[in-house]
Design a protein. Structure first.
Length: 85
């Protein structure tokens, strides 16, 4: 019983930890954050996959948020975004 409680507590805490580092997608320049760069991805099969790739790349860069600025392509999509701190 104690092991189950510890496992549940560990899962809950790790979910909170990962959630606090996730970059948030925004539709305009966020207040109190400065643009720190741009990121780009390619090879997405649809808009959702491009968004997911940009989100992962923003997270890896340590960004607090990102704003998608463009997507292009037909079968293999390309996307760019501005990242903010």
């Amino acid at each position: 019983m104690k092991n189950i409680k510890l496992a549940i507590a560990a899962v809950a805490l790790s979910a909170l930890t990962f959630g606090s580092y996730a970059a948030e997608q925004v539709s305009s320049d966020p207040l109190n954050q400065q643009p720190v760069g741009t990121i780009s991805v390619q090879g997405g099969s649809n808009l959702d996959s491009v968004e997911a790739q940009l989100n992962a790349k923003a997270d890896a860069a340590g960004a607090k948020s990102f704003r998608i600025t463009s997507t292009t392509g037909q079968n293999k999509l390309h996307g760019t975004a501005v990242i903010y701190q």
